[in-house]
Design a protein around this ligand. Structure first.
Ligand code: SRM
Ligand code: SF4
Length: 556
């Protein structure tokens, strides 16, 4: 496999010159400016921080000759989405004292804070550090938050898989003293280990972000086919338990570059538990060495594999590994996605309850549900563990039998609706943050999700289809942060007020949706889908999902 030599992208030069992610950050964070330089913006991403501005007031401020309203987003790494009560309380404190009053759960089981001002970034980092948490590596060209099905961690009998997200995070964490020097004041931080710069990443790190997820053997809630590396637990006749390892998934596209596309990960090999890290290391090294460092729009590993073929990629991995890879197993048949909502009893007799959060935004709504307060109360008074799900929801686990009623009553008091009270579109709907914080957003997503959900639920109700689950995912641009490219209905921002409509994915997550209509308004969508809902009702097979139905009959 050869790569063309072209001029490296500007971000590569910034990384190389940064002395392992230091650059001029120390000065830039303490000067009087409300913003940071362009180079610092790039480096901050590796520290889990995005420079943003409040786009709701951008225009009026610009017209008034004022600077934009600079704010920062901080993404906290939470391997497998697991948090203790103490950690939850610390995040809750940060949300009210430093951020915009909300805790945003992400589609990769992490936590984001929005609306933070520059002068508070260090306080925030120190507060996280006191709880053994960090934003370091939340963004940037490194291995991102490792996603794991909560059930692997909650259900007894998964042995080493219960802690696999944390273990992979440790192994593939980029280790730079810079984060602690700059953000935690160089003091010996409680969560800090003794480490040196990890030669593995080198001074230019990876060409782009790198995503890993571990599915449950029967539950693909993590969307394992959307990952750079996906792991599906299984048992091999000859070598015993391990994973079918998939490579080359990724869902982002760009309207400006027709040569970008969403792609599903493909099976590469089967690895035993013991082999997993060294094989992933060889895959990452292949990507590090051969990935595109000239054009960031085509720098994800999926393009390396698509351009050169899986066989050539495999050869490169084998060369770095020093041995051949064994063939993968087939993807399991009884593989679907659980939303983890509602009450369930665990093997130790305690209970878990999965709560729908709504686009991941944990907050108190004036005159409405006060979810943040309810969760704060639970974290203060009950010894529970929290799990963020890859569907932006939250599981409270370890609830004793006697506390079940107490927690049910608490949710009722705070107007938090549990699974039985949710509509069937609402229950499965995801949306990215989009406006007003995301710099890439072309349209609204999270803020207008409730309106679209209501429109679709109404359309289903009118056809006596309200009991049928329907998976909706909405994003403000084709980067695809809520994974619309594999949804039954994907609504993707196209222009300021229009969306492209994709149909035909499924909850199993192993099929790309196809473009159905371009440039439609949100208001039009329920009516556009009406005739397809009619056909689904009349011609759909028993329990055939909408995604499977439209995929079978086509879009006529
Ligand atoms: Fe994402 C960029 C939010 C999951 C593909 N994503 C962004 C940024 C940072 C915008 C930016 O670059 O300035 C968004 C921050 C908005 C804000 O105001 O908070 C953002 N992405 C999110 C989150 C918060 C969406 C959510 O609703 O939860 C998710 C955070 C995940 C995490 O905890 O690490 C999030 N992003 C995803 C996913 C889904 C996944 O990983 O399972 C994808 C599609 C899968 C993939 O990577 O292919 C995704 N985000 C992107 C891309 C397109 C990358 C590409 O290959 O082209 C971008 C743009 C970029 O990287 O330049 C992006
Ligand atoms: Fe922003 Fe686009 Fe991701 Fe939505 S999909 S958060 S608009 S980058």
């Amino acid at each position: 496999m050869t790569t063309e030599t072209k001029t490296e992208s500007a971000v590569e030069s910034v990384k190389r010159a940064s002395n392992y992610l230091r650059g001029d950050l120390a000065n830039d964070l303490t000067n009087e400016n409300l913003s940071v330089t362009n180079d610092s913006e790039q480096l901050l991403k590796f520290h889990g921080i995005y420079a943003q501005d409040n786009r709701d007031v951008r225009r009026e401020r610009t017209l008034a000759g004022q600077a934009v309203d600079y704010i920062f987003m901080i993404r906290v790494v939470v391997p497998g989405g697991r948090l203790s009560s103490e950690q939850w309380l610390a995040l809750d404190d940060i949300s009210s004292s430093i951020a915009d009053g909300s805790i945003r759960l992400t589609t990769r089981q992490a936590v984001q804070f929005h609306g933070v001002v520059k002068g508070d970034l260090r306080d925030l980092a120190r507060s996280l550090d006191r709880q053994f948490l960090s934003s370091f590596g939340g963004c940037g060209d490194v291995v991102r938050n490792v996603v794991t099905c909560p059930t692997l961690q909650l259900e007894n009998g998964h042995g080493p898989l219960e802690g696999i997200a944390g273990q992979l995070r440790e192994t593939f964490r980029s280790t730079s003293e810079a984060h602690w020097e700059i953000f935690v004041n160089g003091e010996k931080a409680v969560s800090r280990e003794q480490f040196e710069e990890r030669p593995f990443y080198g001074e230019t790190y990876l060409p782009r972000k790198f995503k890993i997820a571990v599915a449950h053997p029967r539950d693909n809630c993590v969307d394992v086919f959307a990952q750079d590396v996906g792991l599906i637990p299984g048992e091999h006749r000859d070598v015993g338990v391990g994973f079918t390892l998939l490579v080359g998934g990724g869902l982002g596209r760009s309207y400006a570059n027709a040569d970008t596309f969403a792609h599903l990960a493909q099976p590469l090999t089967f690895v035993t538990y013991d082999e997993t890290e060294e094989v992933i290391a060889a895959i990452i090294a292949t990507y590090r060495d051969l990935g595109n460092r000239t054009d960031r729009k085509r720098a994800r590993m999926k393009y390396l594999i698509a351009d050169h073929g899986l066989a050539a990629f495999q050869e490169e991995v084998e060369q770095r590994l020093g041995r051949q890879l064994r063939a993968p197993l087939k993807v399991p048949r009884d593989f679907d996605a659980d939303d983890h909502l509602g009450w369930r009893q665990l093997a130790d007799g305690t209970w878990q309850v999965g709560v729908r959060v709504g686009a991941g935004r944990v907050k108190d709504v004036e005159g409405g549900a006060t979810l943040r307060s309810a969760l704060r109360h639970i974290a203060t008074n009950h010894a529970v563990t929290f799990f963020i799900t890859p569907q932006q929801d939250l599981i409270v686990s370890g609830v004793s039998e006697v506390d079940r009623d107490v927690i049910d009553a608490l949710f009722q008091e705070h107007r938090v609706r549990l699974d039985g009270e949710l509509g069937n579109v609402e229950r499965h709907a995801l949306a990215c943050p989009a406006l007003p914080t995301c710099s890439q957003a072309l349209t609204e997503a999270e803020r207008r999700l409730p309106e679209l959900v209501a429109g679709l639920e109404d359309a289903l109700q009118r056809r006596q289809l309200a009991r049928r689950p329907l998976q909706l995912r909405m994003t403000g641009c084709p980067n695809g942060c809520a994974r619309p490219a594999i949804a039954e209905i994907g609504v993707v921002g196209r222009t300021k007020s229009t969306y492209d409509l994709y149909l035909g994915g499924r909850t199993r997550g192993d099929r790309l949706a196809s473009l159905y209509r371009e440039k439609v308004t949100l208001e039009e969508i329920p009516d556009i889908l009406g005739p397809l809902f009619d056909r689904w009702s009349a011609e759909g097979e028993l329990d055939e999902s909408f995604g499977d139905f439209v995929n079978r009959v086509g879009f006529s």
